[in-house]
Structures are given as structure tokens and as C-alpha cells.
Design a protein around this ligand. Structure first.
Ligand code: SF4
Ligand code: SF4
Length: 230
């Protein structure tokens, strides 16, 4: 195993998985936040060699393949993008304009709206670059088309799913006030759910969310203790 980048609280490092150079993650501090994870992933992707599985040039520069896919959003993604695009917009108007909401019974799927060309509306197609790179959603910041260890994959998925849930709860709060934002309906038998508040609630940035507060104990122990990588 070769360590090639160390952050203060999160270590993202290269390792061999399925005979390719992939990545793994370790949490080095109980204080580590989602922002630490995003920054460590940013640095790893920008500064290190690894096998990209979807790019013939093995570089992200000039590649936009993953900008043509579904982009699920977390509550913090929405807050960051709203601040960047137009902080005077109400949350209701932001969701109507920049997201796509599908309701299927009690599942509310909120994604970044797709442009008319079927690609992310923030993609500069000529340059093949993100127009809002610094504030791009969590799913964009933490994706790379490389082999990834099981625990690193679970970490990313857990953060994403819990952040999507918190955005769904915000949608639900609006719904209960009579504001119903829906772009597509598969089955509108939506019933508001009672939910337990967690570390996402009230957070304004990824710096505010400590990983230890949101991860299940079993996953936390795998990542914090540096157990086997795949
Ligand atoms: S991570 Fe996305 S941009 Fe980078 S090489 Fe893979 S598909 Fe292309
Ligand atoms: S937000 Fe940026 S990085 Fe994410 S899919 Fe859109 S163009 Fe690509």
C-alpha cells in the first residue's frame, strides 16, 4: 500500500484494488467533518495518479462523462448553490428553478435540473468544465471513476443518502406549509413522515457536520481504526 497524500483529519490514499490503482479512505480524527472528506478527495483527485476507468486519457481534465448523469443533491449542496447563484431567491424558488423533483409515494427525489441538451446545466460544454466548480455538489466533488474500497464507498454513499434525506425533510416542511414543489409524479400518495433530527439539521456548511455524529458505529469503526481495505 502506498500513501501519497495525508490530510490532517482524513487520509485518502491509493491502493491496489482488482489489479488497478484505486483509492481508500481513513479517518484520522474524531473531529473530522464532511468538509475534510471533500477537501481530501479534491486533493487526491487533482494531485495523484490512479486508474480512471472511464477516460481513455486517464485524466479528468477535458472529460465530461460524469457531468451527463443524475446529480442527487444534499441539503448543504442546495444552500451552497443558492448562495452562489442568487442568495435573494427563496428556497421555494430555488427548488423550482434549479432542481427537478420527482414524487413517488413517500419517496421524494431531488436532483440538479438537467439542461435542454440532457447535460448538467452547469457544464460549459465547449471547455468541458464546471461553471461552479468550487460549489459543485457533494456527489461531484467525491466521485472519481476509479476502483474504490468497500468502506470508502460506504462512507460516500452514507453521507450522500443522509444529506438527500435532510433535503427531502426541507421539501416536506414546505409541503406542510402548503408549498408543493413537484416536477414529475409517479404516484402522489405522499404522507409526511415524522423524522429524527440529526447533525445535518440546521447545519449551514459541510464544516458544521462531524462525521462521527452521522455515521453508524460499525462504519465509523471500520474507517477510524484502519481495518482491511476491501
Ligand atoms: S471522474 Fe468523471 S471527469 Fe474524471 S475521468 Fe472519470 S468520467 Fe471523466
Ligand atoms: S455541477 Fe459541475 S461537476 Fe457537477 S455535474 Fe454539473 S457541471 Fe459537472
Amino acid at each position: 500500500m502506498k500513501y501519497i497524500m495525508i490530510e490532517e483529519r482524513i487520509n485518502v490514499f491509493s491502493c491496489n484494488i482488482n489489479k488497478k490503482i484505486g483509492l481508500d479512505v481513513e479517518i484520522l480524527s474524531d473531529e473530522a467533518t464532511i468538509a475534510d472528506y471533500c477537501n481530501a478527495m479534491d486533493n487526491f483527485i487533482l494531485n495523484n495518479e490512479f486508474s480512471r476507468l472511464r477516460s481513455s486519457t486517464n485524466e479528468c481534465e477535458g472529460c465530461d462523462i460524469c457531468c451527463k448523469e443524475r446529480i442527487p443533491l444534499t441539503i448543504i449542496d442546495v444552500k451552497r448553490l443558492k448562495m452562489r447563484l442568487d442568495d435573494n431567491l427563496s428556497m421555494e424558488d430555488f427548488l423550482r428553478r434549479y432542481t427537478y423533483v420527482i414524487v413517488n409515494s413517500n419517496i421524494v427525489d431531488i436532483t440538479l435540473v438537467i439542461g435542454e441538451n440532457g447535460r448538467c446545466m452547469f457544464l460549459n460544454e465547449q471547455l468541458k468544465k464546471c461553471c461552479y466548480y468550487v460549489d459543485r455538489p457533494f456527489v461531484c466533488r467525491t466521485y472519481v471513476c476509479a476502483e474504490i474500497s468497500a468502506r470508502a464507498n460506504k462512507l460516500r454513499n452514507y453521507i450522500l443518502n443522509s444529506g438527500e434525506d435532510e433535503l427531502m425533510f426541507l421539501w416536506q416542511d414546505l409541503y406542510e406549509k402548503g408549498i408543493c414543489i413537484v416536477h414529475e409524479t409517479l404516484d402522489f400518495s405522499f404522507e409526511p413522515n415524522k423524522y429524527v433530527r440529526n447533525a445535518w439539521t440546521g447545519a449551514e456548511s459541510y464544516e458544521d457536520i462531524v462525521l462521527k455524529d452521522i455515521l453508524p458505529t460499525s462504519l465509523w469503526q471500520k474507517l477510524r481504526k484502519g481495518d482491511s481495505i476491501v
